[in-house]
Write a new protein. Structure first.
Length: 94
């Protein structure tokens, strides 16, 4: 190897050693969750928690129904529109 190439390699090594290191990443703690109540509320004590169960079930059901609707309705609408266009085109051609 020539002296110039060797010197260039040494310089590159020196630069690599002097290059600033990226900052260390650290985990950010998640916000504390409020403690769960062990004392039943007035609503829970009257019906044994049935109202809360109904509310949770209603919310879950609503989410599932909305998801299905967003998957089915656009395809159904497209099919209906295409069929109507085909029917109108046939009527126009007659």
């Amino acid at each position: 190897m020539s002296a110039e190439v060797e010197e260039e390699i040494l310089l590159d090594d020196d630069l690599a050693e002097e290059a600033p290191q990226p900052p260390q990443l650290r985990a950010v703690p998640s916000p504390a969750k409020p403690p769960l109540s062990v004392v039943p509320s007035a609503k829970e004590s009257r019906d044994g928690g049935e109202a809360l169960l109904r509310e949770a079930l209603s919310k879950a059901s609503r989410e599932v129904i909305e998801k299905i609707a967003w998957e089915v309705v656009p395809e159904l609408a497209e099919t209906i529109i295409r069929e109507e266009l085909d029917r109108l085109m046939k009527e126009r051609g007659e």
